[in-house]
Design a protein around this ligand. Structure first.
Ligand code: 3PY
Ligand code: MG
Length: 265
């Protein structure tokens, strides 16, 4: 059993996915039949609980889309539960130092690479009786780079054994740098920080990812060298599709009094 997204990205190829805030298996069913290769179930900033995550994991397995879970914090207990219910990867927010990175890796890997506790009955059900032997290869560890400190410490973070991907969180990074918020952030300080992370990724052989506002930004980010790219989220993709519908209706004069839409989440 292997994780095709981990394998692809570590081989230097690009992999596209999206974030899931709704927690609805139907949405996973739809995304799993698209060209997206992975989804990340959002438990940091949404109401999703573990039972909803399990239901989404069933749908992911049925459609062969690779499921990640973003945990709410760099907490071994949260990481253990996310992996034990069958996530193939974990996204850990707010990694600021090499010690933070080592803590996240240790919680995600079985001995001798880490200290993840044994007890994933769902792992064995979903991925086979030899789950404990292959989980260290299966599980993709994604660390979030989303502060000025993280950028300052990026070389040490990337040199931590067991890190698979470093993923930039543009909004928290903007807040930490004291520049205006926003995905597709063009503020020179933000651009310079992202550039530093990309360069470190090349130096240490660690694939870098970033959260994008939409397809246009994703195209540019691929050219810049990003590999693990999230295009928006289920909620935002629905909003963008609605915007397209009503832009078209309005352009054709059919709904002059229709309410205006906003461009933010
Ligand atoms: C951020 O922009 O801070 C994120 O966490 C995006 O996933
Ligand atoms: Mg963030």
């Amino acid at each position: 059993m292997e994780n095709p997204v981990r394998k692809k990205v570590k081989a230097g190829q690009v992999s596209l996915g999206t974030w899931v805030n709704s927690g609805r298996p139907l949405i996973i069913d739809i995304l799993g039949r698209s060209d997206f290769e992975w989804v990340t179930l959002e438990t940091e900033h949404s109401a999703l609980d573990y039972q909803e995550c399990v239901n989404c994991l069933y749908a992911a397995q049925a459609t062969n889309i690779v499921p990640f879970i973003r945990v709410a914090w760099n907490d071994p207990m949260l990481i253990k539960r996310a992996l034990d219910i069958g996530a193939m990867g974990v996204v850990v927010p707010n990694i600021d130092t090499a010690a933070d990175a080592a803590r996240a890796v240790s919680a995600s890997r079985y001995a001798p690479l880490g200290a993840r506790g044994i007890g994933s009955s769902r792992g064995q059900l979903a991925y086979g009786e030899d789950y404990y032997d292959c989980a260290n290869e299966l599980v993709c560890v994604v660390l979030m780079i989303e502060s000025a400190d993280a950028v300052k410490n990026i070389d040490a973070i990337m040199q931590t054994p067991g890190v698979d991907i470093c993923f930039i969180g543009p909004n928290d990074l903007a807040a930490s740098l004291g520049v205006p918020l926003g995905l597709d952030n063009k503020h020179p300080d933000h651009v310079a920080a992202c550039q530093k992370v990309i360069e470190a990724g090349k130096k240490w052989g660690v694939p870098v990812g970033i959260h994008c506002a939409g397809a246009q930004e994703a195209v540019r980010r691929i050219e810049e060298g990003y590999k693990w790219i999230s295009i928006a989220s289920d909620v935002r993709l629905l909003k963008l599709a609605l915007n397209d519908v009503f832009d078209c209706i309005k352009k054709n004069g059919a709904a002059e009094n229709a309410p205006k839409h906003s461009n933010t989440l």
